[in-house]
Design a protein around this ligand. Structure first.
Ligand code: IMP
Length: 436
């Protein structure tokens, strides 16, 4: 069975852990969008690994990890991650190229993309208009892709083509850098030489990822699609413009890897038992101002600091209105409820089931950013649950009554089953109610 894993909120839901769990059964694990703005944290036997670009399935031996066409690819970050996986014994230097394949069609994040991301964020901060990006060059790299002046992985192996494409790509940027930002122009010669060098090192890893996946489908091999970021950060369906620049929803798994509609049969949405967001933009159930102590408590118990940037995450209660939207946009067939342990020992927990907007009750996420900023959440308040022995829980009926009721409310509201509850970062701290 082929499964797509998507973030159902604003990212950081715990996708890395779920991908790691499901990877034991999959043969191919595919990153299909985003880049090293992701930070997937996996804990195995108490050892923490944070992966930004290489699929989380790499921690299981014998898997094929694919970086597909929809990803924006920073070669320097790739080699940093690869070297550290080799140093820690996860991969062997002589066979790593058999475990990882990078699509010829993926677009390269160039140093000028990172620079532009940083300069734009700094510039926009002055007028408080910044997105709060991860400053990894993601947005500018996707801009170039859509503007048809991007550099693809395969270009790094073709010196003449690369020279021409690179010249075209930096022409306008030099003007922007010099006259708009007062920065230095791009040093073409050194960038060109460095790109060719990276291409040569990357050569053993480059391949036709779409073709590999087609073969996998033909022979009924199991594929796991590893989403990054979350539904509400999707460039089409998120809280635009406070979004990332890729298609983070389930549809992105297909376009981002070159497969047809029937390539996957399950879409697992990952959500925390509460909500977080990093970066700027609207967040209806945020409690930073209204329930400051509770927000601090959740942030500290849940270690809510970005895996990529270390920024403190904004914290709020679970938002079922936004989750219902995520269920619809992705066609989610099952939910994984992460960090349920963080809300343990709270007297009460809140769940948003509708919004008030301009004096009326609404049950859908508004389309316009101004309205999302204005909505006031209406909550159901439920009693919190106390600590329980997770080892005795085999079915949902074994959960403490309060947590069972919490899960029931989610399932009835969304009409989707919770198939997994995570009660800690480790692989073993997981209750699974349905295997996929
Ligand atoms: P970018 O993807 O770096 O361009 O950032 C755009 C927005 O997406 C910012 O609000 C980031 O904080 C957010 N973002 C990007 N990647 C992640 C992630 O992996 N988790 C959570 N938020 C993210």
């Amino acid at each position: 069975m082929n499964v797509i894993i998507v973030g159902a909120q604003w990212g950081d839901e715990g996708k890395g852990k779920v991908v790691d769990l499901f990877s034991s059964k999959a043969e191919y694990i595919v990153r299909y969008q985003g880049g090293n703005n992701a930070g997937h944290t996996i804990v195995v036997n108490g050892k923490k690994t944070v992966l930004h670009l290489i699929p989380s399935g790499v921690l299981h031996p014998g898997k094929v990890c694919l970086i597909a066409n929809g990803v924006v690819f920073d070669p320097a970050v790739f080699f940093e991650e690869l070297d550290s996986l080799i140093a820690s014994g996860v991969l062997s230097a002589s066979t790593a190229h058999e475990a990882i394949r990078v699509s010829e069609r993926a677009h390269i994040i160039m140093p000028y993309h990172r620079l532009l991301d940083k300069l734009r964020e700094e510039h926009a901060t002055k007028t408080k208009d910044n997105i709060g990006t991860t400053v990894r060059g993601i947005g500018p790299a996707y801009e170039d892709k859509v503007a048809r002046r991007g550099i693809q992985v395969v270009d790094l192996l073709r010196p003449e083509l690369l020279k021409n494409k690179l010249r075209r790509a930096i022409e306008e940027k030099d003007i922007l850098l010099k006259y708009h930002f007062g920065a230095r122009e791009i040093d073409f010669d050194s960038l060109y030489k460095e790109s060719l060098k990276l291409g040569q090192r990357l050569k053993p890893y480059i391949g036709d990822v779409r073709g590999v996946l087609q073969e996998a489908l033909k022979y009924n091999r199991s594929i796991l699609f590893e989403g990054a970021q979350g539904t509400l950060l999707d460039v089409d369906h998120g809280t635009y413009p406070f979004v990332t620049s890729s298609s983070t929803v389930a549809g992105g798994a297909l376009t981002g890897s070159g497969l047809g509609l029937k390539a996957a049969s399950e879409v697992i949405g990952i959500t925390k038992a509460y909500t977080t967001r990093v970066g700027t933009g609207p967040f209806p159930t945020e409690i930073e101002k209204t329930e400051r102590e509770t927000a601090e408590k959740i942030r500290s118990l849940g270690a809510e600091f970005g895996a990529t940037t270390g920024r403190p995450r904004r914290v709020g209660w679970l938002d079922l209105v936004a989750l219902k939207y995520a269920v619809e946009v992705n066609g989610i067939t099952g939910l994984a409820l992460m960090k349920a342990d963080v809300l343990q020992d709270f007297d009460c927990v809140k769940v948003c089931t509708s919004y008030r907007l301009n004096g009326t009750t609404v049950y859908d996420l508004p389309s316009c950013i101004e309205d999302i900023e204005k909505v006031e959440p209406a909550y159901e308040v439920l009693p919190g649950w106390s600590k329980y022995d997770t080892s005795v829980v085999k079915v949902k009926e074994d959960l403490p009554r309060e947590l069972r009721n919490y899960v029931k409310l989610i399932e009835e509201f969304l009409k989707v089953p919770v198939i997994l509850i995570s009660t800690g970062p480790g692989r073993e701290e997981t209750l699974t109610f349905k295997s996929v």
